[in-house]
Every structure is written in structure tokens, then in C-alpha cells.
Design a protein. Structure first.
Length: 253
């Protein structure tokens, strides 16, 4: 027997934007205020990249990368990310891993293998999803699509500030990226951290990642046609969060 009533669609709010645009902070706060689930799609791509690094997979071994993506043993436990049964919360945030995620995410087979995993996050009572292609590809019917833009210099300043703070807190344990790479080569993924870099170097990496994410042939970083673009260069996160919540209220009414 077929049901005459259809389930209402799960409300989805997407927040896309470039690296260090603050989308993660905004998405987390908005999800918490609305009581919605949160999808940090970048964490999925980063975990996949770390899995590929740990297995020393060559970046041109497409079939093998596709298999790793399909079989990814990944679990979100509250704020923590577990990969292959190990806590990878900090390791996936390292710049080495972010850069590898950016590189490998340009492979269509990898994106296809990770698509359903992302769509499965759309559960009642609703979802806030952040990434690069949430509004364009993963949730094209989302009720509200936000695209955050911020000049790369401003994002580099923020990121450099975070690195300085982090380095002051963890000085004795911090390893340069070259050392981190050697540890990855030895199969030790638990100790990857970022080293304190100059502002110029941070800016260069952000611009390189922007170029990779924007210029790839599949699911490039760009606002959906019906996205609302917010330039948050001059705002703190609170103003952006309030603006997104106000827009959601308008849309829901
Ligand atoms: O948002 P992030 O910096 O954690 O993402 C890391 C990389 O993963 C990003 O440079 C490109 C890729 N990514 C993607 O291709 N699509 C997404 N929806 C999210 C991230």
C-alpha cells in the first residue's frame, strides 16, 4: 500500500566558502542555535587524505584512492574525528593534510565515493552543512545557501594568529611540516602538527589552496546561483552567525 502523505523534506542550510573563511565556526554555532545536525564536509576530505597518506598511496593511483574513499572507516564522536579506530581530530587539521585533501578532492571518483556519506547527514530535525560544494552539488535543494567570502590577506592574518597562539601553547611538541611528513612516512599519523610559519608563507599556501579549489573541473568552489554571499572581512564571527540565523528565520517563515 502506498502512503498518500509524503514526509516533509529535511531542512538543510549550507555554508560554503574558501579555506579559513570562518565557515566552520559559523556552521557550528548556527547548528547549535537551531538544534540541527552538523556536517563538516572538509573533515571527511581531510580524513580521507590522511588515510591515503598513511597508506602511502600515490596521488595518481585513482582506483586505489577510490577504494580508500569507499571503505573509509570514519566516525564523528561529538567534536572528535576517529579514523581507522584512532583519534585523528588534531592530525586532520594539519596544513599538510589540508593541502593533500585539496589535491585529492579534485578526483571525480573520490568525490563520487564520498557523496552518499555526506548526504546521509541530512536527518531530522535539520542539517547545517559546510564545505565547498554543499549548495551547488551535495544539497542543491537546500532551503538556504550561504557563501562566505573574505580576502585571502584577511584569512591569512587570522590563520597566522591561530598558529602563533597554538605554537605558544604547544611549543615543545610542535614539529615542522618536514618532520611531520617523515612521521607520516613511518606510518605515525598521531603526531602531525603545524609549525609556526611566516605570514607570507601562510598567505601563499592559502592562495595556492584557493586556486586549486576554485579551478578544478569538478565541483569547484563557487557560490550556488541562489546563494547569499556574505563578505565577513570586517565582521567578527558573532555578526555573521546572527546574520545567518536572521536569514534562516526569514526563510523558514
Ligand atoms: O574546509 P577544509 O579546509 O577543511 O577542506 C579541506 C579540503 O577538502 C579543501 O581544500 C578542498 C576539500 N573539500 C572539498 O573539495 N569539498 C568540500 N565540500 C569540502 C572540502
Amino acid at each position: 500500500m502506498t502512503s498518500l502523505t509524503e514526509d516533509p523534506p529535511i531542512p538543510v542550510l549550507t555554508i560554503d566558502g574558501p579555506t579559513a573563511s570562518g565557515k566552520g565556526t559559523v556552521a557550528r554555532a548556527v547548528a547549535s542555535a537551531l538544534g540541527f545536525h552538523l556536517l563538516d564536509s572538509g573533515a571527511i576530505y581531510r580524513a580521507f587524505a590522511l588515510a591515503a597518506l598513511n597508506r602511502r598511496t600515490n596521488t595518481n593511483e585513482i582506483r586505489q584512492l577510490e577504494e580508500i574513499a569507499k571503505a573509509l572507516s570514519l566516525e564523528f564522536r561529538g567534536e572528535s574525528v576517529w579514523l581507522d579506530g584512532m583519534d585523528a581530530t588534531d592530525s586532520i587539521r594539519a596544513e599538510t593534510v589540508g593541502m593533500m585533501a585539496s589535491k585529492l578532492s579534485a578526483i571525480p571518483e573520490v568525490r563520487a565515493a564520498l557523496l552518499t556519506r555526506q548526504r546521509d547527514f541530512a536527518q531530522a530535525p535539520g542539517l547545517v552543512a559546510d564545505g565547498r560544494d554543499m549548495g551547488t552539488i551535495v544539497f542543491p535543494d537546500a532551503a538556504l545557501k550561504i557563501f562566505l567570502t573574505t580576502p585571502s590577506e584577511v584569512r591569512a592574518e587570522r590563520r597566522h594568529g591561530q598558529l602563533q597562539k597554538h605554537s605558544a601553547q604547544t611549543k615543545p611538541k610542535t614539529l615542522p611540516n618536514s618532520a611531520a611528513k617523515r612521521l607520516i612516512d613511518k606510518g605515525n599519523s598521531a603526531i602531525i602538527t603545524d609549525s609556526l610559519e611566516s605570514f607570507a608563507s601562510v598567505l601563499e599556501k592559502i592562495q595556492q589552496r584557493d586556486a586549486q579549489d576554485k579551478n578544478r573541473a569538478i565541483a569547484p568552489l563557487k557560490p550556488a546561483q541562489d546563494a547569499i554571499v556574505i563578505d565577513n572581512a570586517a565582521h567578527g564571527p558573532k555578526q555573521t552567525i546572527d546574520a545567518v540565523l536572521a536569514l534562516w528565520k526569514l526563510r523558514s517563515n
